[in-house]
Design a binder for this molecule. Structure first.
Ligand SMILES: [Zn+2]
Ligand SMILES: [Zn+2]
Length: 254
């Protein structure tokens, strides 16, 4: 991913708060379209202009060709309020994150995220690299962001071992028919219908009684064996091609 900057010059005298409001609205629309990543974006007032710093999945993520009508609308509001069209600059590579997937047509996709992940929750099955939201069907981009927020919240609570709530959030993350996973299924089916590729869901797994029992675990969808001979991307030990599910050997037994 890339750290980028947009600089907005004030074409006329404008209220700082007004400028901040229209810039924030643009950042929201960019975020819901996957063109920028994360939740917090520094907006710095320097003399007569504003600099906004953010992370993009690709160098050309904020290119006009990826803009939705909502992004275009946010730009119109910016012009109306007296800010000039922004200057764009790539500041450098964000070294801690994954690069976007380069496949033209991935053979399969997987819905996967964690509490620390801010890049797209849809990954190429072959390379396990994230696919920017603006390259996925527009109808599910906002829903994917909301799904990822809910997934991250559940994952964060169980990582922090909040004892009273942990069983509930673990169920959301690991049961194929939990509300979170059902929402994920709706999104996966829409992506699959439009892109004509299978979209798998990842089921988190903790607990279990022993490594031996874990290895014999059956698919929770169809109760058939689903263990892989070799783990996939050093993460998935189970895969069911009928139910489009992936999972791991319990983190307690690895
Ligand atoms: Zn790929
Ligand atoms: Zn199955």
């Amino acid at each position: 991913m890339y750290v980028c900057q947009l600089s907005f010059n004030c074409a006329v005298d404008i209220e700082i708060s007004e400028a901040q409001t229209v810039i924030s609205a643009l950042l929201d629309e960019y975020r819901y379209n996957g063109q920028i990543i994360g939740r917090e974006f520094p907006v710095i007032l320097v003399d007569d202009h504003f600099d906004v710093i953010f992370v993009c999945p690709e160098q050309d993520s904020v290119a006009v060709k990826y803009n939705t009508d909502n992004v275009t609308g946010a730009f119109e509001a910016i012009a109306k309020c007296g800010l000039a069209l922004p200057q764009f600059k790539v500041l450098g590579l964000e070294s801690q994150s994954d690069f976007a997937d380069l496949c033209k047509v991935p053979s399969a996709l997987v819905l996967y995220s964690t509490f620390v992940q801010s890049c797209s929750p849809v990954r190429c099955m072959d390379h396990f690299l994230p696919i920017p939201l603006y390259k996925l069907p527009e109808s599910i981009r906002y829903d994917l962001i909301k799904w990822q927020e809910s997934q991250a919240a559940c994952d964060q609570l169980q990582m922090n071992e909040l004892a009273e709530i942990e069983p509930f959030v673990v169920e959301q993350l690991s049961q194929p028919d939990s509300e979170l996973m059902q929402n994920g299924l709706d999104i996966c089916q829409q992506i699959s219908d439009e892109l004509k590729v299978p979209v798998y869901r990842y089921l988190y797994r903790v607990g279990g009684e022993s490594l031996a029992l874990e290895q014999q675990r059956l698919c929770p969808g169809c109760s058939e064996p689903w263990a892989l001979a070799e783990s996939l991307h050093q993460l998935f030990d189970f895969k069911c091609d009928s139910c489009l599910l992936l999972s791991n050997i319990s983190w307690d037994w690895q």
